[in-house]
Design a protein around this ligand. Structure first.
Ligand code: ZN
Length: 260
């Protein structure tokens, strides 16, 4: 199935959109070397994810959680944003993208320069106290782990520290989800990038956008349950696809109302 012929018409939609929103999943970060936790191989299949209720209940589970975080930190510390992340940052800077809503916890959108990033599943770049909510930089807590601490606790109150990510069994942050739903409903172009659209409630955002009249585009390696409802489906590597879109946007000149 070839879908590359859709890149030019999609670029046209990006050019005329005034409230475009991107929704990204693991697929955009696999091109930076961060594996999808649902794919076989690597750190995620070696350790079972620790559900939130187990983390709270058992010291052994907390130890397992932090062993996994330390290994993931070592493995992905060198990960850098790729062409896909950079394209979204550039689109935002050019006034062509309102926000990035992401299922990823790796912080690569911010590292690429995106300013408005809504993290549905939290961030692995920070650690939070479960009792007083004080935040720490992940690098600071990693130093404690390297120093021999196996389960870090809060300096402030002694509470358990956990990565500021949404674990299995934890609810998504309500404010982030509500803002994401608002952006989806108000968007005129909704770009799904590297998400297989199987994790709810995040996967319902493209439906909200589509039902409110947005053009729906899906750029993903594999088929998704919403392909039939989409206006554009591009099954190609994300970095390459967006590099091409950015070149087309540049070579065709500025849109008439360009003010930047
Ligand atoms: Zn605390």
């Amino acid at each position: 199935m070839t879908t590359l012929h859709q890149i030019e018409p999609l670029t046209e939609k990006i050019r005329i959109a005034s409230r475009a929103v991107a929704f990204t999943g693991a697929g955009i970060s696999t091109e930076s070397g961060i594996p999808d936790f649902r794919s076989p191989g690597g750190v995620w299949s070696k350790y079972q994810p620790v559900p939130f209720d187990e983390f709270v209940a058992s010291q052994e589970a907390r130890r397992r959680f932090w062993r996994m975080r330390r290994e993931a930190y070592d493995a992905f510390a060198g990960a850098r944003p790729n062409e896909g992340h950079r394209a979204l940052a550039n689109l935002e800077a050019a006034g062509r993208l309102a926000a990035v809503i992401t299922q990823n916890i790796d912080g690569l959108h911010q590292q690429a320069g995106s300013r408005r990033v809504l993290e549905l599943h939290g961030t692995a770049r920070e650690v939070a106290c479960l009792d007083c909510a004080r935040r720490y930089r992940d690098s600071e807590i990693q130093q404690r782990l390297v120093g021999g601490v196996d389960v870090p606790t809060c300096d402030e109150c002694g509470g358990w520290l956990k990565s500021a990510t949404v674990s299995f069994g934890q609810v998504l942050p309500a404010d982030v989800l509500a803002e994401s739903a608002r952006l989806a409903r108000e968007s005129d172009l909704f770009l799904v990038i590297g998400s297989s659209l199987v994790v709810q409630p995040a996967a319902s955002l493209p439906v909200l956008a589509r039902d409110a009249g947005a053009v729906l585009a899906i750029v993903n390696r594999d088929p998704t349950p919403l392909d039939d409802a989409a206006d554009f489906v591009i099954r190609a590597p994300i970095g390459e696809t967006f590099a091409r879109i950015m070149r087309l946007l540049q070579t065709d000149g500025a849109r008439p109302d360009e003010t930047l």
